[in-house]
Design a protein around this ligand. Structure first.
Ligand SMILES: Cc1cc2nc3c(=O)[nH]c(=O)nc-3n(C[C@H](O)[C@H](O)[C@H](O)COP(=O)(O)O)c2cc1C
Length: 259
C-alpha cells in the first residue's frame, strides 16, 4: 500500500470507528433515559423518606420496599404566593428545581440571606398520612452554603413547629467540614427542636459551638466545627423556606386548619 492509500485508509477507519461509537452512545443514552428518570424519582423518594425517619441513614432498600414505604407519602401542590393547596395542579407537573429557571413559572423573593433568587409559583409539600390525616409535613429546602447550593428536606410535625428530621442529599461542601451536613450524627441532633418561636417567627439556627439540650435550647442546633460558613448557609435556608416567602403561609394555613 502506498503512503497516500495508507493515510486514506487510516482516516476512513477512524471516521468509521467514530460513527459506530457515536451511534452506540446515542442509542444507549436514549435507551437508558427512562431508567435514569426512574432512578432519579426513586432517589428523591428515598430522600423524603430519610427526612421523615422512614428510612434509616445506613439502610439500603430496594425499589419494592421504597414503593411500600412511600405509599404513605402524599405530595400536595402549594401555591407559594397564597400558601393554599393548588388542587388543579398535579404534583407530577411541578418541578421546583427546573421551574425556577423559567420566569413565567417562578417569582423573585425579596433579597434574602439564603441567596434564593427565584421561588417557584408552585411548590410541593410531602405529607406523611397516618389514619387518613397528615401527621408530618416534609418540605424541600435549598440555599447557598460556602461553596455550593445545598438541597435537602425538612420534616416537621403536624404542629408545624417541631422538627421530626432533616436530610441534605446534594451539596458541594468540603467532605469532613461543611460536608458533615449530610452526616446523620449531626442531623439527628435536630429532632425535637423548634423552627418557630412562640410568635411563629422562623428562628431556628445552627449555633457556632455546641447547643444545649432540646428542652433547654430548642431553637438551636450544634455548629459544625471548621464549617461555620456552611452552618450559616443552613440557618439562612431553613429560615427562608419556613418564612413568609417560603412555606410560611402554607404552614400558617395548615396550623389554623384552613387547608
Ligand atoms: C480547603 C478548605 C475547605 C473548606 N471548606 C469549608 C466548608 O465546606 N464549609 C465551611 O463552612 N468552611 C470551610 N472552610 C473553612 C472556612 O474557610 C472558614 O474558615 C470556616 O467556615 C470557619 O469556621 P470555624 O469558625 O468553625 O473554624 C474550608 C477551608 C479550607 C481551607
Amino acid at each position: 500500500m502506498s503512503a497516500k492509500n495508507k493515510t486514506g485508509y487510516t482516516v476512513r477507519f477512524a471516521v468509521a470507528v467514530c460513527l459506530v461509537c457515536s451511534v452506540f452512545v446515542c442509542v444507549s443514552a436514549v435507551a437508558l433515559r427512562g431508567r435514569q428518570e426512574e432512578n432519579k424519582k426513586l432517589d428523591m423518594q428515598v430522600n423524603v423518606l430519610k427526612a421523615a425517619g422512614l428510612v434509616k441513614p445506613s439502610e439500603d432498600i430496594d425499589k419494592l420496599e421504597i414503593g411500600k414505604r412511600y405509599s404513605s407519602i402524599r405530595p400536595v401542590v402549594v401555591d407559594m404566593k397564597t400558601g393554599l393547596i393548588a388542587k388543579d395542579v398535579k404534583p407530577a407537573d411541578v418541578n421546583m428545581r427546573k421551574d425556577i429557571s423559567d420566569t413565567s413559572k417562578s417569582f423573585a423573593p425579596s433579597v434574602n440571606d439564603a441567596k434564593v433568587l427565584r421561588v417557584p409559583n408552585y411548590g410541593i409539600v410531602y405529607e406523611l398520612i397516618e389514619n387518613d390525616k397528615p401527621s408530618m409535613l416534609i418540605l424541600p429546602v435549598s440555599g447557598k452554603g460556602l461553596w455550593s447550593t445545598l438541597y435537602g428536606f425538612l420534616a416537621l410535625d403536624y404542629d408545624t413547629v417541631t422538627i421530626k428530621g432533616v436530610s441534605f442529599y446534594e451539596h458541594g461542601e468540603t467532605p469532613g467540614l461543611g460536608g458533615e451536613i449530610s452526616n446523620s450524627g449531626w442531623t439527628d441532633l435536630w429532632k425535637g427542636r423548634k423552627i418557630f418561636d412562640e410568635q411563629f417567627n422562623p428562628v431556628f439556627k445552627v449555633k457556632k459551638g455546641a447547643a444545649g439540650s432540646v428542652a433547654d435550647d430548642p431553637y438551636e442546633v450544634d455548629g459544625l466545627s471548621g464549617a461555620t460558613l456552611t452552618g450559616k448557609g443552613v440557618t439562612h435556608l431553613v429560615q427562608f423556606w419556613t418564612g413568609k416567602e417560603g412555606y410560611g403561609l402554607f404552614l400558617e394555613n395548615f396550623r389554623k386548619g384552613e387547608i
